[in-house]
Design a protein around this ligand. Structure first.
Ligand code: ATP
Ligand code: MG
Length: 586
């Protein structure tokens, strides 16, 4: 097919839009792929829509290949199913709620577990109907607190969401593995640089869960990768390898000291150096000190009260609130307030140690490094006093181990394979084993082989289609413009006539006919009154992978073939069609 730039609904911009911060956003707007309609809401212009449809098609092919059946739910949904799952409330301000003319509550769907679970309940009743995988490519609505970077985080966006239903846990494992492979195929075909990260299951509950993160500096998610293996995980999901327990016998008794000038970890370490205090025969470091953070925790029951708790961390590490939040989920936590300290007189602010927590029935959570037999310098529960040689399992007890300490670059990898690096990424897809949460909530009852009622188990798998387009623009661009992979570029070949000669224009018109006849998709810059310089700039901005230019050299029968982001070839006019065919077909 041939599209003529002289007729295409397109206006490229030389200036970056004022509200754009990240390169993909700037370029997609400047190149006329998308246009802002409202904050976080975008219009797809002809070029953008072509690429979007191609991405959709790749996802569709891979979903069909694993036996997914495509269907389509509405975006406008009734309240009841979301009431059943409690997400009408849980979703909070992220949910677009509205009323119809009769005053009936409705919503714009943020994700569709409820609808799929109830459809399966209504239509299926026997184990013979299972397993089944259903999917849709559909517009979602979320009133994001911070819509960002154009279509990267929109309030309206397109997602492929699929759902597997199985009668057995083994079946769910298989459905999960199939999706994992399908996602790998999709991201490999699109040439995306990504990592598969172990994830916490978050608010959805459930067990196995992984996120596909595109590696990108502008990403909002931090993840870790091991230097010597393909281990990768969300920071929230990193498991700290616990050191070996230490024998308690023979360790010196704890000793208390007056420490008037040691309110911080650094000053405490300085004090220990000045006093020649050693740990295991070496100088003290921050990692030998123990911080006792006082927090309060409230579990998920509606009538639950806040309860005081302690979180013990090696002194050289900050509390990572997101990790603690993920570890406690669905319970929530807050740091203890001045009021809490005032009310609980045994808490010596700045000098809290684990002993007073144990003695006053406060639950003690600890970092996995606080193993039995480990010895610490920590607060002695009185102003300006510290204790040295306080041994876990002898002088204080840990009630629960928890992942709450910050993860640092260079930490030992959980699989023992080297160390961790910290990187930033953009979540492109999420697969997880949901289990029976929704099928139970919707009371999906299926007769099993023995005629007994059973509840199927569910997996839920999402990929952001519109976000994927932004990620491709983000990972593949240069200072001049976009640079699409052939498979999803709006057009495979961009032909520009940069020569006022009537013969060149005529030859260009003939060339695009030939390319079209050969089955290629061609964008033809046939604009008569536009200078060669502008045409070249636009070609770079729009980002088609191959640009054929009929310019000055055309008088000598030469067409310039620019590979976007690569070399420029001089090709005799007689060979250009076959060269392009070779390049496009790869
Ligand atoms: P995020 O943490 O980025 O908000 P999420 O955990 O809310 O993502 P899911 O609910 O798992 O995302 O949705 C599945 C996929 O939909 C995501 O992996 C992402 O690709 C896409 N997605 C989610 N929210 C948005 C959004 N606001 N704009 C564009 N795509 C989105
Ligand atoms: Mg989200």
């Amino acid at each position: 097919m041939i599209t003529r730039l002289s007729q295409l609904f397109l206006r490229t911009l030389r200036e970056d839009p004022a509200d754009a911060e990240v390169p993909s956003h700037k370029l997609l707007v400047r190149a006329g792929y998308v246009r802002r309609a409202a904050p976080g809401v975008y219009t797809w212009l002809p070029l953008g829509l072509r690429t979007l449809r191609k991405i959709e098609e790749i996802v569709r092919e891979e979903m069909n290949a694993i036996g997914g059946q495509e269907m389509l739910f509405p975006a406008l949904l009734p309240r009841e199913p979301y009431e059943t799952s409690n997400r009408w409330t849980e979703y909070g301000n992220n949910l677009f709620r509205l009323k119809d003319r009769r005053g009936t509550d409705m919503l714009l769907g943020p994700t569709h577990e409820e609808m799929f679970a109830s459809a399966v309940k209504d239509m299926y009743s026997s184990y013979k109907d299972f397993p089944v995988t259903l999917y849709q490519i559909q517009t979602k609505y979320r009133d994001e607190e911070r819509p960002r970077a154009g279509v990267l985080r929109g309030r309206e966006f397109i997602m492929k969401d699929s759902y597997s239903f199985d009668m057995t846990d083994a079946g769910l494992d298989e459905a999960y593995a199939r999706h994992r492979r399908a996602y790998q195929n999709i991201f490999n075909r699109l040439e995306i640089d990504y990592a598969i990260c172990k994830a916490t299951s978050g608010a959805m509950g459930g067990s196995a869960s992984e996120e596909f993160l595109a590696v990108s500096e502008v990403g909002e998610d931090t993840f870790v990768r091991a230097t010597n293996s393909d281990y990768a995980a969300n920071v929230e999901a990193v498991i700290t390898p616990a050191p070996a327990e230490v024998p308690i016998e023979g360790q010196p008794a704890a000793v208390e000291y007056q420490t008037p000038d040691a309110p911080t970890i650094d000053s405490l370490v300085d004090w220990a150096h000045a006093e020649n205090i050693e740990v295991a025969g070496r100088a003290v470091t921050g990692a030998d000190t123990l911080k006792c953070m006082v927090v309060k925790i409230r579990d998920a029951r509606p009538d639950a009260e806040w309860e005081l708790a302690g979180v013990l961390l090696p002194g050289d590490r900050a509390l990572d609130e997101k990790r603690l939040e993920a570890a406690l989920e669905p319970a929530e936590f807050e740091l203890a307030s001045e009021e809490d300290f005032a009310k609980n007189r045994f808490l010596a602010k700045g000098y809290v140690g684990p002993r007073s927590l144990n003695a006053n029935g406060v639950t003690v959570y600890a970092d996995p490094r606080v193993v039995k037999g480990s010895s610490w310098i920590t607060g002695a529960d009185a102003p300006n006093r510290h204790v040295v040689g306080l041994v876990a399992g002898r002088d204080f007890e840990v009630d629960h181990y928890i992942e709450a300490a910050e993860v640092k670059e260079g930490d030992r990898a959980p699989d023992g394979e080297g160390t961790l690096t910290l990187e930033r990424g953009i979540e492109l897809g999420h697969i997880f084993q949901l289990g029976r949460k929704y099928t139970e909530a919707f009371d999906v009852q299926i007769l099993d082989e023995n005629g007994k009622r059973a509840t199927p188990t569910m997996g839920s798998y999402g990929i952001g289609i519109t976000r994927m387009l932004a990620v491709l623009a983000e990972q593949r661009h240069d200072d001049k413009g976009l640079r699409w992979p052939v498979e999803i570029a709006p057009y495979q070949v961009h032909v520009a006539v940069a020569n006022k000669d009537a013969a060149a224009l005529e030859a260009g018109a003939k060339l695009v006919e030939e390319l079209d006849a050969a089955g290629l998709e061609v964008l033809f810059d046939d604009r008569a009154k536009v200078s060669p310089g502008v045409k070249f700039k636009d070609a770079e901005l729009l980002g088609m992978p191959f640009v054929a230019i009929l310019g000055r050299a055309f008088a000598d029968g030469i067409i310039e073939l620019r590979i976007r982001g690569g070399e420029t070839l001089e090709v005799p006019a007689s060979e250009i069609v076959s060269r392009l065919l070779e390049l496009v077909r790869g």
